[in-house]
Design a protein around this ligand. Sequence first.
Ligand code: UDP
Length: 382
Amino acid sequence: MKRVAIVVGTRPEAIKLASVTSALRESAELDVRVLATAQHRDLLDQALAEMGLVADVDLDLMTPAQNLSNFAGRCLGALGDIFAAEAPDYVIGQGDTTTALAAAQAAHHARIPFGHVEAGLRSGRRDTPFPEEMNRRLISLLADHHFCPTPAARANLLREGVSVEAIYVTGNTIIDTLRNVVPRCTVAKRAAPSILVTVHRSENVAALPTIVGAVYALLDLYPTLRVRWPIHPNPRLGGAIRDALDAHPRVDLTDSLSHGAFVEAMRDARLILTDSGGVQEEAPALGTPVLVLRTETERPEGIAAGVARLVGTDPRTILPAAIELIEDDAAHRRMANGASPYGDGQAGARIAAVVRAYLADRPARFDPAGPVLQDWGGVTAG
Ligand code: UDP
């Protein structure tokens, strides 16, 4: 029996590897092991539980004062030991975290093939977002199979010289998870407009006062507007957000929400202000416009489809865009048009098919160029 190790460290990795894990587990001939580094302990545990996943091995590596290099070092060492003990035949990692990079490198050291889920995203700036852009570029050098969410991601890898036979356009696995979650959502759309805000990128710690200023200005302009802001546990963010907004009667500051509750909040909102990658992928499928609190994105498909806009962190760009979406129904409809450029809900099954075929030493029945579709179709709101 062949063994596949799936390595997860943070919330988005658990959310985005759930469908890959379950699709691989449909094969009786595979022993699929979930290895948790626990890079972000609480958020990972919450997401794993919600995805119905249990870590087969929990390395429990998070420490209170962890910094990138000491976490990366401990993670590489621990994964090297576990790969030696468990001898997987294939390792899968997701995205651009320090966990994913350590998994790719430890697999390389052990000469185990590595499959990279969500391969080929590029912001075009090596240090932004930090450290994610460099992590994913390095993972692309290490990976044997590159599972790209979109044709544009594939084009990025081809430009960098990755072999065409190693690239598979699968769609983003986050849409697989969303399709499972949406039918369980119960909240009806609210009549009063609400804005959902999330901020967690290190680049935006310094910009928090201007983002908060823009949110305050919107609350002043619209006396019935409500703001929902689930706070990421990053200690450099929470205190400042609470100090600035906690007392406001129309601002609902919460701890991070469960994925199900967060999907309901996304669907419920008139618009979303965010610097999250996953939210840029999910919100268009739910028909909610996204204003991205960054000046560049490695997810240009949403911008091209007209369902997301880059507004940076300056109130002078955030406010006109938000005001238009609140006041102008036609403009809102144009951005809420349901185009979902990131996947069709079948990505996990496609990735599992490639990995199964590879381990059985037979060719994958899969057109490596993938579907040429840019719009994979929206997720039906339940
Ligand atoms: N998310 C969640 N609860 C929250 C905020 C976000 O479950 O309170 C989910 C969101 O739906 C998406 C994922 O977390 O699936 C995105 O993760 P995050 O923004 O932490 O990281 P990024 O996608 O930017 O790497």
